[in-house]
Design a protein around this ligand. Structure first.
Ligand code: GLC
Ligand code: MG
Length: 242
């Protein structure tokens, strides 16, 4: 058993022909489970799955690894919710960060993901966020993507952590997981000790300094980059040949 854990926007999506090539490739490998790992919420995830005609995944990890849905009926994994709910108080986060200049609340907020837009002065604003939340004892993580989106989530949550939880459920080794991403909110996923591929169209914030040395930097973009990653790592070869 293996797991392909892929971001959606601009990783799995972006090049429909390449996505179809990937689907054909995976259809010959029934031992590979699929996890979608996205910053989107559940409804937005369904929207992009519809719009891009994406296949049903085995696991759907939404809101930057703060929510895990299992199987074709998208059952929420409540054990994961309980696990991440540790020294977390979304209202305390909102109140503590309300007066920080340059930080604007996004219109949709979630129990375990408080999101903002931040376009300027990230080098000053991010340390200020940590300082204020440490002061009130909120165990948190700040994830900054694309020079625009800033998410505050519980310390125990994140794309990498959520995929690792699914990996343990499947009882497979880290090197039987291939992670794929393109932007800042994929750093945790690409740094969690899985096989990892960065697609060719990645954002500038994903650079050699931000990621471990053994990450594979694909030349191909979007799903073409994921295919290149599977080839680079021999991910789809039978286990005894790898
Ligand atoms: C998605 C979410 C947004 C989040 C961003 C980065 O665009 O909709 O809330 O800030 O991903 O994780
Ligand atoms: Mg993306």
């Amino acid at each position: 058993m293996k797991l392909l854990a892929t971001d959606l926007d601009n990783t799995l999506t972006g090049d429909r022909a390449a996505y179809h090539r990937l689907v054909v490739l995976l259809s010959a490998h029934h031992d590979v489970s699929i996890a979608y790992v996205t910053g989107r919420d559940k409804i937005q995830t369904f929207e992009i799955m519809d719009a891009e005609c994406l296949c049903e995944p085995d696991y759907t990890l939404c809101n930057v690894g703060t929510e895990i849905y299992v199987g074709p009926d998208y059952r929420r994994d409540d054990a994961w919710t309980r696990h991440i709910d540790h020294h977390w108080d979304r209202f305390a986060v909102q109140e503590a960060l309300a007066t920080i200049p340059y930080l604007f609340q996004q219109s949709r907020q979630f129990e375990f993901k408080q999101s903002y837009h931040l376009f300027h002065k990230a080098d000053i604003v991010i340390p200020e966020i940590h300082e204020r939340l440490d002061e009130i004892g909120v165990a948190h993580k700040v994830i900054y993507s694309s020079g625009t989106d800033l998410d505050v989530i519980p310390a125990k949550a994140g794309k990498g952590e959520a995929v690792d939880y699914v990996r343990k459920r499947l009882r497979i080794r880290r090197k039987n997981v291939l992670a794929a991403g393109d932007s800042g909110n994929d750093v945790g996923l690409l740094s969690a000790g899985f096989l990892a591929v960065v697609v060719g169209n990645h954002k500038a914030e994903l650079n050699a300094d931000a990621l471990p040395e053994d990450v594979y930097w694909a030349r191909e973009s979007y799903a073409g980059g994921i295919i290149e990653g599977t080839q680079h790592f021999g991910f789809l070869k039978p286990a005894d040949v790898v």
